[in-house]
Design a protein around this ligand. Structure first.
Ligand code: FEO
Length: 173
């Protein structure tokens, strides 16, 4: 059975993942409104992925005899003037999530819980990817600057992003 301390920390992480989902949905709706449907698509898939992250933690807590407690999700911003602003905010947010995941990992060491440590490994690797992707998109958008054709091209590119279930969920199906 999982310790109370870890149970509480994982519940907080579930809330953080659902907040992330809400944040990216808000970004998606912002760009839908601005006529950038490819960029909106990218954020809507990000919204699904964050829900998946919450689901992985919920499944794990249930499997360890813990109790999932869903708490209120705090308000998110609604307006980003440019895609560059949104991807900069994305990177900043993912850096916060990375440190939350690392704190959870260190807590699982303190609590002498190797199963939780092992479960978190997937998230540690995932965060490296999340930050790298945001950085790459920021670099591209800086290169594009205020070139309208460049923005049109990147919107087309991000329209091709498709959703696929993350490995821990795909394996559970
Ligand atoms: Fe659930 Fe984007 O980290």
């Amino acid at each position: 059975m999982i310790s109370k301390k870890l149970e509480e920390a994982i519940n907080a992480q579930i809330n953080a993942e659902l907040w992330s989902a809400y944040l990216y949905l808000s970004m998606g709706m912002n760009f839908e409104d601005k006529g950038l449907s490819g960029i909106a698509n990218w954020f809507k898939i990000q919204f699904k992925e964050e829900q998946d992250h919450a689901t992985i933690f919920m499944n794990y807590l249930n499997s360890r005899g813990g109790r999932v407690i869903l708490r209120p999700i705090a308000e998110v911003e609604t307006e980003w003037a440019t895609p560059l602003d949104a991807f900069k905010a994305t990177l900043k947010h993912e850096q916060v999530v990375t440190s939350l995941i690392h704190d959870l990992y260190f807590l699982s060491e303190e609590e002498r819980d190797p199963a939780t440590r092992s479960m978190l490994q997937w998230f540690i690797d995932e965060q490296v990817e999340e930050e790298e992707t945001a950085k790459q998109l920021i670099d591209k958008l800086i290169m594009i600057g205020d070139n309208g054709y460049g923005l049109y091209q990147i919107d087309k590119e991000l329209a091709t992003r498709v959703y696929s279930a993350p490995a821990p969920l795909a394996a559970a199906e």
